[in-house]
Design a protein around this ligand. Structure first.
Ligand code: SF4
Ligand code: SF4
Length: 483
């Protein structure tokens, strides 16, 4: 969709073919957005505070002395909500990723870049942490621009030093937190308390990530969203005229014109005050329509609402709305695309839920040992040999016992008690012994119960091979035994 389709025509020539952060000479245009304020901004501050609390707090949460979340891909260990997932759960991770992608697509088709403005870590850190540091240390947007343009003096040196020192400290904190998600808070504690030489790998990772974050937030800034973020690039194919985005109501606002005293106003509601542009952290004019740089930060909504309040016009000249909502007053519509994505998403969520519910902490397989038939034991008993394999997904070692649930018989372990090691695999041979009397056919169905400690965790249905003795033969043998 072109910007003109999305927002309708603005003044002739207002649509551009260049980036807002690049000057006519092709150089980087540093942005100094005006500090936002208003109801959306207050809501975003609350949301960001909650997200930051969660981000920095989660590494400290443990369940049974194990992390609540851990993303240790180097050791192929993933812990989500206290549940450990290993390489054997790759199918679940893969399915979760596909479900997540479909969810993002559906969410974007309906709600545009809502995620960018409210949840994306880049936006949260850039606008709610680092940009706030700018305002705190260097003053408002005009002062920041003046300071940058001024020659170096004591004041500039002091302010820049303080600002970048805080940047470095926050970047270091972020790097440490992210590392805690990878190695766990205990390992990170060792890194902090021991000399760096003892953990040179982790120390290098922390320093490296700190430098990367410092570079992103001090220099790269909004370019991460505009030039790098793949999600931003997808907007062109995901959004349509029914997607809800932050949009300028050109029907109501145009033709725009300055507000003049004692003049009967013939123009639309936009008084061309430029406030929506001044607050934009990506340097665009939302009146030109939906643009790839827009991260849906809501700053322009607040700025325009303040102006509308001042000139006694209804709020919402810039608001969350779809192109059809603005031109036709249409509400949300279940389009074929939305229905299709919703159906696919529902199926994926259902499959994922079933797989997660059916997931057991121990994966057990019992297979009759290939090439072995049966053995006849004294006392008219028959045995079969089985290969037992137990994959323990838990953090603790688990004693495993086996019992024959059906029919009556015994299970004998070859080589003593079984213990499935934490996060490991245990293999053993087991003997199933049935009395000859109980064997009515060549292949007898049996059910073996697998017990972790004393809790039955799985029933394994398999078969037992044994010779079928007809009653006559048995009677004959019995009589023979008495002769
Ligand atoms: S803030 Fe509102 S009134 Fe002012 S230029 Fe932007 S859209 Fe027009
Ligand atoms: S256009 Fe509005 S919502 Fe989009 S980035 Fe700029 S200020 Fe934020």
């Amino acid at each position: 969709m072109t910007s003109s389709e999305q927002s309708g025509p603005g003044p002739e020539g207002s649509f551009r073919d260049s980036l807002g952060i690049v000057s006519q000479e092709g150089k980087r245009r540093w942005l100094f957005p005006k500090a936002p304020s208003g109801r959306f901004h207050r809501a975003r501050i609350a949301m960001s505070a909650l997200l930051l609390l969660i981000l920095f707090g989660i590494p400290f949460i443990k369940i049974g002395n194990h992390p609540f979340f851990l993303f240790n891909f180097l050791q192929r260990k993933l812990i989500l909500f206290g549940t450990v997932f290993g390489p054997h759960d790759f199918y679940l991770v893969g399915l979760s990723v596909i479900t997540g992608i479909i969810f993002i697509i559906l969410f974007t088709v309906v709600f545009g870049r809502l995620f960018c403005g409210w949840i994306c870590p880049q936006t949260v850190f850039m606008e709610m942490v680092f940009r706030k540091i700018d305002y705190f240390v260097e003053g408002d947007h005009r002062e920041q621009a003046r300071l940058r343009a001024s020659s170096w003096n004591g004041k500039k040196l002091f302010r820049k030093s303080v600002k970048y020192a805080i940047y470095a400290a926050v970047s270091f904190l972020i790097a440490n937190t992210l590392l805690a998600y990878v190695v766990g808070i205990d390992e990170l504690g060792k890194l902090v308390s021991e000399p760096p030489a003892n953990n040179i790998g982790l120390f290098t990772a922390v320093v490296g990530f700190s430098v990367v974050f410092y570079w992103i937030f001090s220099w790269f800034r909004e370019q991460a969203c505009i030039l790098v973020c793949p999600y931003g690039r997808l907007q062109g194919v995901l959004l349509d005229r029914n997607s809800i985005v932050i949009a300028y109501d050109h029907v109501r606002g145009e033709p725009r014109g300055k507000l003049r005293r004692d003049q009967v106003r013939q123009e639309g509601d936009c008084i061309d005050c430029h406030q929506c542009v001044d607050v934009c952290p990506t340097g665009i004019d939302i009146r030109n329509g939906t643009q790839l740089e827009c991260v849906n930060c809501t700053a322009c909504i607040d700025a325009c609402d303040t102006i509308m309040d001042g000139i006694k016009k209804p709020r919402g000249l810039i608001r969350y709305a779809s192109a059809n909502g603005i031109t036709q007053g249409a509400g949300f519509r279940w389009t074929a695309r939305v229905i299709g994505y919703t159906a696919v998403l529902a199926v994926l969520i259902a499959v994922l839920t079933i797989l997660l519910i059916r997931r057991t902490p121990l994966d057990v397989t019992v297979l009759r040992t290939p090439g072995m038939m049966f053995q006849e034991l004294p006392d008219d008993r028959i045995s079969n040999v089985y290969d037992l394999k137990v994959l323990n997904k838990m953090f603790n070692d688990v004693p495993v016992t086996l019992r024959l649930l059906e029919p009556a018989g015994e299970v004998e372990i070859v080589g003593g008690p079984l213990v499935a090691p934490s996060q490991g695999v245990m293999q053993s041979k087991v003997l199933v012994v049935l009395p000859q009397d109980g064997i009515r056919r060549m292949s007898t169905p049996i059910t073996i119960g697998i017990f972790a400690d004393t809790v039955l965790i799985q029933r394994i249905a398999t078969t037992f091979l044994g010779p079928v003795k007809h009653k006559k033969d048995a009677d004959h043998e019995h009589e023979g035994g008495h002769e």
